[in-house]
Ligand binder design. Structure first.
Ligand SMILES: [Ca+2]
Ligand SMILES: [Ca+2]
Length: 233
């Protein structure tokens, strides 16, 4: 049985070698113990065994079964500190989001408190139509599908549009989510959950557009970006 297992592993390793690079995963999956029991790959073959693939070339990886579980990557923006998070203000739009707590300055629009913690971000409606963005362009994400979730609040007769765009940094972004106008049950925060497909260099943009009228404060809070697909939608 052991011989059979090793044979399978040798075949796997050979396949991985011909595909180039992926071999590393196979060696790591064997818990770094290849060739000689009790010795790590580095002890056995020296530094650089990972890149050169020497672990599986010279000796088969025998032992532990392959682990396919990738560590989860997670980013969050709760706006509880003044420091900007991975979603940052930009200058190419018309104005900036405001960091708020409690109610927004105008009665009849905006939330009465944050969705998470004490602070949140909102766009102050002032009677002129304009756009404010939050953007991840200065963050480098590992290539992976992601689940983006956040809380949003759109209460008031002059509410404009809240949109999310995603795509490659070097290209045009695609619209992946959009809400326009006051939302049902307007006093409560709502949850947006969006599956973001894998990109080599992911960029996400959140764009709030206000229209003429004072009662159009749009708010967001508790932005979470996690690798993998969304599980609750
Ligand atoms: Ca918060
Ligand atoms: Ca801005």
């Amino acid at each position: 049985m052991m011989k059979f297992c090793c044979l399978i592993v040798i075949i796997l390793c050979t396949i991985y070698v011909t595909n180039g690079g992926i071999l590393t995963g196979q060696c790591l999956a064997s818990n770094g113990k290849c060739g000689t029991k009790g010795l790590t790959c580095e002890q056995k073959f020296g530094q650089g065994w990972i890149n050169k693939g020497r672990c599986c070339n010279e000796k088969p990886c025998c032992g532990e079964e392959e682990s396919t579980v990738k560590p989860e990557i997670s980013y969050s923006c709760g706006f509880e500190t003044t420091e900007q998070c991975f979603f940052k203000q930009v200058s190419w739009d018309d104005f900036d989001w405001t960091r708020g707590s409690g109610s927004t300055p105008t009665n009849g629009t905006g939330p009465t408190s944050a969705a998470e913690g004490i602070h949140y971000m909102f766009i102050e409606a002032t009677g002129e139509s304009a756009e404010a963005d939050l953007d991840t362009i200065s963050t480098n994400f590992q290539a992976s599908p992601y689940c983006l979730s956040f809380q949003y609040h759109m209460n008031g007769p002059d509410i404009g549009t809240l949109q999310v765009f995603a795509g490659e940094k070097s290209s045009f972004l695609s619209n992946v989510w959009r809400k326009s106008g006051p939302q049902p049950n307007p006093d409560s925060w709502k949850t947006a959950t969006i599956n973001i497909p894998q990109y080599s260099n992911l960029r996400i943009n959140i764009e709030a557009t206000r229209k003429a009228g004072d009662l159009g404060d749009i708010s967001i809070d508790d932005i979470i970006l996690k690798s993998g697909t969304c599980t609750n939608n």
